[in-house]
Write a protein that binds this ligand. Structure first.
Ligand SMILES: [Zn+2]
Length: 382
């Protein structure tokens, strides 16, 4: 039933519109036209002002014709990661990839295109369905901050799907919570040649702290990473400051806090080893920590209405569906936190966040069939 050419062409069109985080305006305008042409009531919220972007989240209300059917949320994000400007999509048979210079942006233009195609089919074929709330968010890749700014009281749906994950047949229902940390290690500056003994190298302190840390895969529920390290001024200065930007994710709140504190503690212990007496004054290396909750965990039960709905649709299409936990956060984490029940359905995107990103159009079409079936089944339930 999916109009494959139309879906493919829309996806390619959307991919060609640059939309790095905070610069989604052109794609939002394109989608606003699309949604309005389908008869939806559309508005763009003020999230763009709040996050310093050039557009807000796009919200579209469709009025369904099936009385009594519960409203359903369909959501995807409009922004893409770097390098993501001037994307040249290349089609080899059914495989869509890039020229190797940029990401494809199938994350998450594939989700956006599927939602548009399904709503077109609903309208063309007058398929009975409940009200549908579409949310196309900004800045998912910048820390889910578009979704965080979304006023969910303006939605009618309390359950639905985010379309933002890879292989077809997977429904992600569990995702970790995450902390984001910035540790600043302070030392004492001195001339590196004339009097290094009057300095404390912040780089050395940080290195000793890092060497003590458990990092990477901590256990089956927890991961930790130091992603960015910056510090020092010149080769002839003992560095007085180093900043480490780190992240910890876990499906378990207690483990999340334990790992976060472990990393801080390792740096503090290393700092305590570096004490200097200078002209009767005592200096010690130190650590300043900024610890922020990046997002909360998502945990949609297997017997929830949305999981049962997706299962039923998969069964009708003879797709084997697996509910899974992911190690990543997405807008669904935020929406669940805000009181909705939202799972993350796959679209066919692969090797995302790399210049090797690709997508098999057959997967895209099957995902669209799934979403259409979900909308139909939801329309039939009351
Ligand atoms: Zn994504």
């Amino acid at each position: 039933m999916i109009n494959q050419d139309r879906l493919k062409n829309l996806l390619i069109q959307l991919i060609k519109i640059d939309s790095l985080s905070r610069k989604e305006r052109n794609v939002a305008l394109r989608l606003q036209r699309e949604m309005e042409s389908l008869g939806a009531e559309v508005w763009i919220d003020d999230a763009g002002d709040k996050v310093g972007g050039d557009t807000g989240n796009l919200i579209a209300h469709f009025h369904g014709t099936a009385r009594g059917a519960p409203p359903l949320l369909l959501s995807a994000h409009m922004d893409t990661v770097v390098p993501g400007e001037g994307i040249v999509p290349v089609l080899d048979g059914d495989i869509l990839h890039t020229d190797g210079r940029t990401v494809l942006g199938g994350d998450d233009k594939s989700g956006v295109a599927i939602i548009c195609e399904v709503l077109r089919l609903v309208k063309e074929n007058q398929i009975p369905c409940g009200d549908i709330d579409v949310v196309f968010t900004i800045c998912e890749e910048a820390g889910l901050i578009g979704a965080k700014c979304l006023d969910v009281s303006r939605l009618r749906a309390s359950t639905g799907l985010v379309l933002d994950s890879d292989s077809v047949g997977f429904l992600f229902t569990k995702a970790p919570a995450a902390n984001r940390m910035e540790f600043r290690v302070r030392g004492l500056e001195a001339h590196a040649g004339a009097c290094p003994e009057k300095g404390i190298s912040a780089i050395k302190v940080a290195a000793e702290g890092i060497a003590r840390m458990r990092l990477g895969r901590i256990d089956d529920e927890t991961t930790a990473n130091i992603g960015v390290i910056e510090g020092g001024m010149a080769v002839n200065i003992v560095p007085n400051s180093v900043v480490l930007r780190c992240g910890v994710r876990s499906h378990n709140e207690e483990k999340l806090e334990r790992q976060t504190q472990h990393m801080l503690q390792c740096l503090e212990e290393a700092a305590a080893d570096h004490v200097l007496e200078l002209d009767g004054k005592r200096f010690q290396a130190s650590v300043e920590a900024q610890i922020e909750r990046d997002y909360d965990r998502m945990h949609v039960p297997d017997d929830s209405a949305i999981v049962r709905l997706v299962r039923a649709a998969a069964k009708n299409l003879r797709v084997e569906l697996k509910t899974l936990a992911t190690g990543l956060g997405c807008d669904a984490n935020v929406l669940n936190r805000k009181g909705l029940e939202v799972a993350n359905l796959s679209t066919g995107m692969r090797e995302i966040h790399t210049v090797n990103e690709w997508l098999d159009l057959k997967d895209l079409y099957l995902s669209a069939e799934m979403v259409l079936e979900i909308v139909k089944l939801n329309g039939a339930s009351h």
